[in-house]
Design a protein around this ligand. Sequence first.
Ligand code: TRP
Length: 382
Amino acid sequence: MTQHDVTTNAPADLSDEPDAGDALAKSTDAASLARSLARSGEIEADLDVNPGRYRMLTGVRPTGNMHLGHYFGTMHSWQSIQDRGVDTWILVADYQVITDRDGLGPIRERVLSLVADTLAVGVDPQRSTIFAHSAVPAANQLMLPFLSLVTESELHRNPTVKSELEATGGRAMTGLMLTYPVHQAADILFCQANLVPVGKDQLPHLEQARVIAQRFDKRYGRADAARPVFRRPEALLSEAPLLLGLDGEKMSKSRHNTIELRMSADETAKMLKKAKTDSDRHITYDPEGRPEVANLLTLASLCGAGDPQALAERIGDGGAGTLKQITIEAVNEFFAPIRARRAELIANEDYLLQVLAAGNAKANEVANQTLDAVRTAMHMNY
Ligand code: TRP
């Protein structure tokens, strides 16, 4: 067997034991996806009964401004999870910015903008922890033992890394790109998060974190197996993204086909007026046949304009102009309070920095404890 044998999942000393590495390879299978969905449903129900059992971590890379896709995909749930009593951690994944691009961009501005967005959507810094990768050295240090627990072939097979690399359009694979799922595992495991809201494209990363936790405990485990060093994180699966970009293509920061949380009502109207529709004046809700029209109906509906089908019937022969007008009003009304809070927050840089510093301090405390436990398990605590 060569070192590069693609059938080898686990490192040699762990490979003959049942290992979650197999689950890693299969984490995007239909059967595995169905299991993840079912488990996610159970957790969702349990959140109301036992919120204290969970620490939730979510991470966002500060590569641009947050938009409606982010809001309805994930951010809308942060406050409700927090308000149910779940210990909520939001990571500003600044180190991840350099995985698939050469430059950092205006990173400081983007980080502060993300903190403002996070607070504006209702995350309460008294109850929740907002922190940045680069500010937590002990968490990053976990990368070292963790890298010894994964094989190169395993990393190369991660479907998310593959597709993210493809999306960069022919960029070479860097060491960081290849190993960033391990870094993400460090994010999740250092803070002992057991709940990670993800779309299904991120399931392989979560599985990687579980595999690393399992292998660490197996290789260096404490004598007391009932007290593993790491918790096993689980997915809270969010539904597939509901929204397309305003050009009918995939919504993306770089395509400029999105409405950003920070935009004004006028900018929003301008963007929506330019949105692609079709030549049929009679409005119907037909996501397959008329994706662009359906997308506007969905957006208006998410913003409180009622059921998309009923809305379409109401508009009828009113055409795309009426549809856009209704969507503009719905979006602007829905986001007005969030935008007002955001505008106040973004004007107060000192406050944003204070929030981040407090979150960083808390993250460091937990990361130092975890690193201590790791070094103790490895007999490296001198
Ligand atoms: N990889 C995630 C993304 O690209 C961001 C992220 C980094 C993350 N660390 C995390 C998400 C930890 C959840 C948990 O969107």
